[in-house]
Design a protein around this ligand. Structure first.
Ligand SMILES: [Zn+2]
Length: 402
């Protein structure tokens, strides 16, 4: 990763005038964002200057500060290109920039002017590969078996920005070409998937629940529901899963077992959960250690004590590393992301626990007894392999352990 302050971006932004054509500057800005592998671009009006910032690996970095008039002109150009009324309060739209770049644009009027946020395209569908996302063979193999069974509910669970949709796409990618009819309902579709009928909420369907009912009339084998977040969708997804379809979806929860609580809170009965739920892949993203400034390090007594308190075993033969930061990583010590996974594939004991209405702590205990690796332990394993820094692993272990 080069320094963000690249000469082409600086020159393009410097040549922007208040009334000037902003399209050249936009081209350079998008090229810069793509080069830096940014996920989002933000144009924020400040008291004196417009701040252009981008999000990379979950952190926001400054790209440029512009004169207010110039920043406002750039915002207007983006709003016009996305078909958003610049005087219209808050709005969201999708714009196509160039041949294939689909950008989601959101605009809101702040007390200092328009703030424009752009969600940049995610990786190509060809990159939706579970091994590339960091899933090892031991985790992948039982998930493959589950995909082959062909029915029930399979969830990807995690917090916002955990990469749930990317993993769900990777699961769908493994299913297409297996003589399956795959229909997805998304709000909105983040990528075009070959051999998948993608229906967007607000266009092809009014809601996830009504979309699911319509999709069932099209002889599907596999249904993907972008997110289960309301009782109606939860009930429709469980009905579809219990009537012989494989339903893949995502839920917002801290870890895999938390997904059961999430569905219960949306009205799923213990019987429905026990009968429909096949597995939950808990997921979180960790910051990959910067290869340029990573150095061998020790877990240390404090680290060992912390793990003991959290009940997380210390992996054998740890190739522990830490990173102080360098120019290549913007002094953060990390570059890129690694997926951490907690594959909770339900066995008879888990199903009985669900039928018996056991709460989250007991379900979690039962999963650990069966050897399901927690997200915290998965982080420690990644640190033991030298993929992430010790500090990052301990931070994730603390955040994900109860
Ligand atoms: Zn570095």
């Amino acid at each position: 990763m080069k320094s963000p302050d690249s000469p082409p971006l600086r020159d393009a932004l410097a040549s922007l005038s208040e009334e000037g054509d902003a399209s050249d500057a936009l081209d350079v800005l998008f090229a810069e964002a793509a080069r830096l592998q940014a996920t989002d671009l933000h144009l924020d009006p400040g008291p004196q200057r417009y701040h252009i910032r981008c999000r990379i690996d979950g952190r926001v970095h400054p790209l440029a500060d512009l004169r207010r008039e110039v920043g406002a002109a750039l915002c207007r150009a983006i709003q016009v290109a996305a078909g958003i009324d610049p005087t219209g309060g808050s709005a969201r739209s999708e714009g196509r920039h160039g041949k294939d770049l689909v950008v989601r644009v959101s605009s809101i009027e702040s007390n200092r002017g328009s703030k424009v946020s752009l969600r940049l395209p995610q990786p190509d569908a060809a990159d939706f590969d579970l091994a590339k996302l960091g899933m090892d063979e031991a985790t992948l193999s039982p998930i493959e078996d589950l995909l082959a069974t062909g029915d029930g509910l399979l969830l990807v669970a995690g917090c916002t920005g955990a990469g749930k949709t990317t993993t769900a796409y990777a699961l769908l990618d493994r299913l297409v070409g297996r003589h399956r009819n795959v229909i997805s309902l998304e709000d909105p579709a983040e990528q075009f998937l070959d051999h998948v009928t993608q229906v967007e909420i607000g266009r092809g369907a009014e809601s996830f629940a009504s979309g699911l009912r319509a999709a069932l009339r099209h002889d599907p084998d596999v249904l993907f529901v972008g997110e289960i977040r309301d009782p109606e969708t939860c009930a429709a997804a469980i009905d579809a899963a219990l009537s012989g379809h494989l339903v893949i979806s995502t839920v917002h929860s801290r870890d895999a077992v938390g997904a059961a609580t999430c569905l219960r809170s949306l009205g799923a009965s213990s019987y429905e959960l026990g009968a429909a739920l096949r597995g939950v892949i808990g997921q979180r993203l960790a910051r990959r250690i910067c290869a340029d400034c990573a150095r061998p390090s020790e877990l240390g007594t404090e680290g060992e004590r912390q793990l003991e308190r959290l009940g997380i075993p210390i992996p054998d033969g740890g190739a522990w590393r830490s990173a102080a930061g360098c120019e290549a990583c913007w002094q953060t010590g990390s570059r890129g992301l690694v997926g951490l996974f907690e594959p909770w594939l339900l066995g008879d004991a888990d199903r009985s626990a669900l039928f018996d209405e056991l709460g989250e702590p007991l379900l979690r205990e039962s999963a650990r007894e069966r050897g399901v690796v927690s997200l915290g332990a998965s982080a420690l394993n990644a640190a033991g392999r030298g993929q992430i820094a010790i500090g990052e692993a301990l931070r994730i272990a603390a955040a994900t352990s109860s």
